[in-house]
Design a binder for this molecule. Structure first.
Ligand SMILES: *[C@@H]1O[C@H](CO)[C@@H](O)[C@H](O)[C@H]1NC(C)=O
Ligand SMILES: *[C@@H]1O[C@H](CO)[C@@H](O)[C@H](O)[C@H]1NC(C)=O
Ligand SMILES: *[C@@H]1O[C@H](CO)[C@@H](O)[C@H](O)[C@H]1NC(C)=O
Ligand SMILES: *[C@@H]1O[C@H](CO)[C@@H](O)[C@H](O)[C@H]1NC(C)=O
Ligand SMILES: *[C@@H]1O[C@H](CO)[C@@H](O)[C@H](O)[C@H]1NC(C)=O
Length: 740
């Protein structure tokens, strides 16, 4: 989604700019939209609106009620209001309020993948799978897609309390059992459809990855052809449309959580994030995920597409699952053929077979749109408007960077060769191939030394990638910027070049000039890996309906397969516990469980006070000597230790595991540690006599990271509990933080 999100932000900027002018003209209003978060909802009946108006009137006087935009009350307490900075500040200091933060826009983190994970369509399933409801918080859904056909489905499960929001021309069925949409600011863009219908494509794509029906012979114009299917094809989908042309607002994200939890979904999938990590209770996604955890619902989040920079991950709360994106063993290549017979292999997804054998080739830098004031320093990048139509029309243009392709298309080019290596293949609105720098230089030399240079761009081909899986460069990396000592991301799942359902309300790229309306499309992003993990969580829950969100998460993490450190130089910061293996997660042996009280201890230890903790939990929780845990003692299925370079750091981690494997069993601890890391487990044998029995142990870790060797900044070790049948794996990592 890299190409797409950059154009979204440009668009977003223009859009915000227009609104700014309009609102300036209407009034001199310096109020902004804020979220006022008040924690758990009071027990029993309460009039949320009256309570919220009352609070607003205390600060704003009798006219306070007019600034209330939305009340949250079904699953937690809080409201959305238009406030000045001063008023927001006053509210933040009032009793009963956890946090006040400005409403901001988050962005989308834009079928063979299941087979690649060893999860065939014939894996054992339970009839209870059709009782599982997945809440998709996204751009909506295209209900007529074959992937959402409800053939063979009975009526919705009895526990379902949601609705199909009445709107023109959108109907639910027994597959899509509920659908709602949210837009607190009511600023609709012309391409927005005011219904749960998906005009973007993203929500249909993610929903079908998680729970799409089996659809044979699905492909994008013949590419990635085969059986398209979701991870849990019998599960139900509940749609919560929160993302629109201008992004996904915090106010709408929280409104969707408020409803989804009360509606009775089993798992929540959210492939959306902000641009940087923020404090848990200033983050709509972390707040929503906390209340879903309290209600037994796991939230599966995309890690983000801001890699490979370290600490770029944004969805980091310990009560949710953070999913990185890795490759599958299929890779797309697009060949470039030159007039001299040379052929170069680039990356992209090109569905088009061009008519002629060769087309004239021109360098973008030689075709500036001088009439509009562009020179070759701009046109070499083929940016929008910078190319001269008269020179480019009917030709293939060579560009010095990767761009959306809109510039060459608008100038009438038949294709574009872009110079920059991409490790994943993206869609463009015209035939494009992205070449590595050596190949790009060859093409440039050929162009400069040939009287009539010619080229062609062929339709993409698929090849097997023997190196897969590896975490893709765009996938956001750890460490966790909010709590260093909780390892994030948690695991990785397929998120590169995934075929899944698409919206008929848009085209392959959504760009002007693209006329390809398709039922299935190929996309990359942690947006695509997240619903793979969501489905795996739903699969586990269909067999173990009473398992807590932490138990499900533990099963997914301790059975994941760590990836090669050679192809993944950022190690656990890239893949967390490893690559998801849904069928192994069904039989994890032991689980690291955690409930609300464990997160309360963690929050106390992170410096939140009793008042905040009480509001968030809605009970008499109290931070005290005994209710005060370090990050190392949260019963997490992985171990992370931040250390000062050049000094030795020691930590003791307390953990408790619950036996969910064989009744009578003995587990032995095995540790692996590189030089510089010492790991000791006490006791190193755990004997169980029954299912459900719990045993505690401690892990003592000593780490010394060489302050003079940056390549040694992370030490990757592991702990495996093994009873001969189950290997319960946890990464144990130590890493250096920069010296203060
Ligand atoms: C939460 O956001 C508010 C408003 O931007 C800010 O004043 C406050 O410091 C933030 N709190 C934390 C803990 O980051
Ligand atoms: C409703 O949507 C479907 C799917 O796009 C379309 O075929 C149909 O014409 C629409 N009907 C109306 C009344 O807009
Ligand atoms: C080809 O010529 C352009 C100037 O038109 C120059 O910028 C580019 O570096 C040349 N390519 C090579 C490989 O020398
Ligand atoms: C919790 O522990 C931290 C340090 O581990 C300490 O600073 C804090 O005062 C403790 N809080 C309570 C309420 O005991
Ligand atoms: C830094 O660590 C790497 C990996 O262990 C090692 O190969 C390299 O020789 C070290 N470099 C120095 C300058 O010590």
């Amino acid at each position: 989604m890299a190409t797409k999100s950059s154009s979204t932000s440009v668009f977003l900027f223009i859009f915000i700019f227009c609104i700014f002018i309009i609102s300036q003209a209407v009034s001199d209003d310096d109020r902004k939209v804020y979220i006022v978060y008040m924690g758990e909802r009071p027990n029993g009946e309460f009039s949320a609106e009256r309570l919220h108006i009352n609070i607003l009137e205390q600060v704003l006087g009798s006219g306070g009620s007019s600034s209330l935009l939305h009340s949250y009350h079904r699953s937690f307490n809080g409201f959305v209001a238009k406030l000045t900075n001063d008023d927001a500040h006053k509210l933040a200091n009032m009793e009963g309020i956890v946090s006040v933060f400005p409403n901001q826009m988050k962005q989308l983190h834009t079928t063979r993948s299941w087979d690649f994970m060893g999860f065939s369509k014939n894996v054992i399933r339970t009839n209870l799978e059709s009782n599982i409801i997945i809440g998709m918080l996204d751009t909506g859904i295209w209900p007529e897609s074959e992937s959402f056909n409800d053939e063979g489905f009975g009526p919705p499960p009895k526990k379902w309390k949601g609705i199909c929001q009445k709107s023109s021309n959108f109907t639910c069925n027994n597959k899509i059992i509920g659908a709602r949409y949210y837009k607190a600011d009511k600023n609709f863009h012309p391409t927005d459809i005011q219904s749960p219908r998906d005009s973007e494509g993203h929500g249909s794509h993610t929903s079908s990855i998680a729970a799409g029906a089996l659809v044979h012979k699905a492909s994008l114009s013949g590419l990635a052809s085969g059986l398209a299917r979701g991870g849990v094809p019998s599960a139900r989908i509940a749609v919560y449309k929160i993302c629109w042309a201008d992004g996904c607002s915090d106010a709408d994200i929280l409104a969707a959580f408020d409803d989804a939890i009360a509606d009775g979904v089993d798992v929540i999938s959210l492939s959306v994030g902000g641009s940087f990590a923020i404090d848990y209770f200033n983050d709509s996604i972390a707040i929503g995920a906390f209340h879903s955890m309290k209600n037994g619902i796991l939230t599966s989040n995309s890690a983000g597409n801001s890699g490979p920079q370290l600490a770029s991950i944004t969805n980091v709360s310990p009560w949710s699952l953070s999913v990185a994106a890795s490759t599958i063993d299929r890779k797309f290549f697009t060949e470039v053929k030159l007039g001299n017979g040379e052929i170069y292999k680039g990356t992209s997804i090109n569905t088009v077979e061009l008519k002629h054998n060769l087309y004239p080739l021109i360098y973008g830098g030689d075709a500036p749109n001088t009439k509009k004031g562009y020179d070759s320093s701009e046109s070499r990048y083929c940016s929008e408007d910078s190319l001269d139509k008269a020179l480019v029309k009917g030709k293939i243009v060579l560009c010095d960077s990767v761009n959306s392709g809109e510039g060459p298309l608008a100038a009438g080019a038949v294709g574009a060769i872009m110079q920059y290596y991409l490790d994943s293949a993206f869609n463009f609105p015209l035939p494009v191939s992205c070449l590595g720098s050596d190949d790009g230089t060859d093409v440039s030399t050929y162009l400069n030394t040939t009287r009539k240079p010619k080229a062609n761009i062929l339709k993409s081909i698929e090849e097997k990638d023997e190196q897969a899986p590896y975490v893709i460069s765009f996938s956001s990396r750890g460490p966790n910027p909010i709590t260093y000592d909780i390892l994030k991301p948690d695991l990785t799942a397929p998120g590169v070049d995934i075929l899944a359902a698409w919206s008929q309300g848009t085209t392959v790229t959504g760009y002007e000039g693209d006329n390809r309306i398709v039922p299935y499309n190929i996309l990359s992003g942690t947006s695509m890996s997240c619903p793979h993990a969501t489905a795996a969580a739903a699969y586990i829950k269909s067999f173990n309906p009473t398992w807590s969100p932490a138990a499900i998460k533990s099963a997914l993490m301790t059975t994941a397969v760590p990836l090669s450190l050679e192809t993944n130089t950022d190690a656990e910061f890239a893949f967390g516990s490893g690559h998801l293996v849904p069928s192994s997660a069904l039989d994890p042996g032991l689980i690291y469980d955690a409930g609300e009280i464990d997160y309360v201890k963690f929050l106390c230890g992170q410096g939140y006070d009793t008042e905040t903790v009480r509001l968030v939990t809605g009970d008499r929780s109290k931070c005290s000597d005994s209710i005060n845990g370090t990050a190392w003692d949260l019963n997490y299925p992985s171990f992370a230790l931040s250390a000062t370079p050049g000094k030795s750091t020691r930590r003791v981690f307390h953990r408790t595991v619950t036996n969910v494997g064989s009744g009578v069993s003995i587990y032995k601890a095995t540790v692996k540690a590189p030089p510089g890391l010492e790991i000791e487990v006490q006791p190193n044998l755990l004997g169980f006599k029954a299912i459900g029995e719990m045993k505690s142990f401690i892990v003592k870790v000593k780490a010394k990271i060489d302050g003079n060797n940056i390549t040694n900044m992370m030490l990757s070790g592991s702990l495996i509990w093994d009873d001969g049948l189950h290997q319960v794996k946890s990464p144990v990592v130590a890493f250096a933080l920069e010296e203060e």
